[in-house]
Design a protein around this ligand. Sequence first.
Ligand code: MG
Length: 226
Amino acid sequence: MGSLGQAGSMLRPAACLFDLDGLLLDTEPSHAEAWSQAAAHFGLQLSAAQLLQLRGRRRLDCARMVQAWIEAGSFRPVASDELLALRQPIAERLLAEAPAMPGAEALIGRCQQLGIPMALATSSSREAVSLKAAPHPWLAAIQTRVHGDDPQLQQGKPAPDVFLLAAERLGVEASHCWAFEDSPAGAQAARAAGCQVHVLRPEGIAPALYPPGVLWLSSLAGMPLD
Ligand SMILES: [Mg+2]
């Protein structure tokens, strides 16, 4: 068996816990575009900084943030239902075509080959994951999954619950797991759960926005596996 060493730990992980959006699949441009179009309907042009803040969070948590920004700008109440209803068809159309991140498929294949247990730890709902995963059959190798709308999930990222639940379902300690994340909210969640966190930092998000102690990846393709 090879070891997933060299990236910071000499110990092989008990399991790898993967974020989905912006980590395994390149869905963040689609999410951003869908929020932009929905907010524009209410007269708000979302800034690049606001769009970055939405990353890694659950749809309902994002809706609350966008709702607050719209209300702060327009001084009138906005129904988050209406916001979500506007965004949904735009998001579905864009997300169904989102490509894999470079190296993602090979990384999952390698973990599988090495017999390292894997779980998906995502803010995305079960329905959204199935839509996005449809063109990517390699994702089926990750059978243990915690979704944003999981009935056992208390709080979304940046709370640690998603990662704690994923580790629990694999029967391992979260502190013995490696987590793979792209967003500050997700990295915060994984650190709070006690995972060793590998971050694929998107361009435009400052390293200072991530919690201390994360390990930086230049690419999933560059992840040393054995
Ligand atoms: Mg993400």
